[in-house]
Design a binder for this molecule. Structure first.
Ligand SMILES: Cc1ncc(COP(=O)(O)O)c(C=O)c1O
Length: 385
């Protein structure tokens, strides 16, 4: 069916999501009615303070943890940096075990910590990108240094998921601390912290239809952490600075909505992923998928498609953009030089087979439609068919 596209099609929801209209409404109301400094003791200040604490309660209730364990930050990057650096500075961690598939905000922090004397070990991964649990156990058993395991819940480039319940059990059996980057799964998976023991966990509002510039860090109450930003007494003395009240209220509203509508949204996204896999496989010979082989193996919103190498596939991202479609390449450009994706490189190594071709990450939301996917496939056919 030929569609006339008057608007751009957005298949880049793992990069960021549009604001939910109900979140805009909540934030606008707070902006209009609550400018009091939450640290002021007068009525206007107390009103703002109440809004922040209500937001904290929403987040804590959704994760089934204590309100005193939730700290608002500026983003997922800050939350992840804080978790790793505080574990080393305040909890006596001398060694961190992670995986080569983590987001750069983890990998670059690990590089820095390694230069400062922390032992960093990377555990093996399976060809789909999922952690090799046997190797994780072996690494933990091989060294008695105080260790933090930092492993993401879902990978942002290929959608591979790790079993965080299993990792938590392995960590507990080896007296290791556990940090998990749940930036891609908050609002897309139920996370019950009464069932899974985690020491640090992170979230970022703009990945679940909330605003940019606001995230949170869960710190298990057992951990005695020192302030990560010095100054006033905000965020229980841990992170000084007048709170981003609009962002905090927007994050809580978005998280509440995402968790409330999770089942129907995920079901819709799964349907889109299955349809895209089917249509793309039928349209392009030799096309493969990086990461999980089926939708069941990963996070439904991410589909990393590998187009066979050809002259035409080189300009693929540009053509997709010109056709009005937002997607993401599997590689990043740094200082003008093409640097291949570290995730695809790690998958190639794990499979002992180089991934050849052009990786394109499509990432869906419940707002996308089957017609949009069909339009994408048609456009791709005209570019590389
Ligand atoms: C898995 C993962 N961790 C961390 C981040 C960083 O989050 P933020 O953009 O809020 O700094 C991202 C963002 O792409 C992500 O996908």
């Amino acid at each position: 069916m030929e569609m006339t596209m008057t608007k751009r099609i957005y298949f880049d929801n793992a990069a960021t999501t549009p604001l939910d209209p109900a979140v805009i409404e909540t934030m606008t109301k707070v902006m209009q009615e609550n400018f009091g400094n939450p640290s002021s003791i007068h009525a206007d200040g107390r009103k703002s303070r109440t809004l922040i604490e209500s937001a904290r309660k929403i987040v804590a209730n959704r994760l089934k943890c204590s309100v005193s364990e939730i700290f608002f930050t500026s983003c997922g990057t800050e939350s992840n940096n804080t978790a790793l650096k505080c574990a080393v500075r305040d909890l006596g961690v001398q060694r961190i075990i992670s995986s080569p598939l983590e987001h750069h905000c983890i990998l670059h922090t690990l590089d820095r910590l390694e230069k400062e004397g922390v032992q960093i070990d990377y555990c093996k991964i399976q060809p789909t990108g999922e952690v090799d649990y046997t190797d994780l156990e072996a690494l933990l058993a091989a060294d008695s240094k105080k260790t933090l395991v930092s492993l993401m819940h879902a990978n942002n480039e290929v959608g591979t998921m790790n079993n965080i319940a299993k990792i938590s059990t392995i960590c507990a059996a080896n007296s290791a601390l556990f940090h998990t980057d749940t930036v891609q799964t908050i609002g897309f998976r139920n996370i019950d912290l009464t069932e899974i023991k985690v020491h640090f966990l992170t979230g970022s509002a703009h990945k679940f239809y909330g605003p940019k510039g606001i995230g949170f860090l869960y710190i298990n109450g057992e951990n005695q952490i020192k302030p990560f930003i010095d100054g006033g007494s905000q965020e229980r003395n841990m992170r000084a600075g007048t709170e981003n009240i609009y962002g905090i209220c927007g994050l809580a509203k978005a998280m509440d909505l995402a968790c409330e509508h999770m089942d129907e949204r995920v079901a819709k996204i799964k349907e889109l992923n299955i349809h895209a896999r089917k249509q793309l496989s039928a349209a392009f010979e030799g096309l493969t998928f990086n990461g999980p082989a089926t939708v069941e193996g990963g996070l439904e919103k991410v589909l990393n498609v590998n187009f066979p190498p050809s002259d035409k596939s080189d300009m693929l991202m540009l053509h997709i953009d010109i056709a009005g479609i937002c997607a993401s390449g599997g590689s990043a450009c740094t200082s003008g030089s093409e640097v291949g994706s570290h995730v695809i490189a790690a998958l190639s190594k794990a499979a002992d087979k180089p991934v050849e071709g052009k990786p394109v990450r499509l990432s869906f939301s419940h707002k996308n439609t089957i017609e949009e996917i069909d339009y994408l496939v048609e456009k791709l056919k005209t570019v590389i068919g």
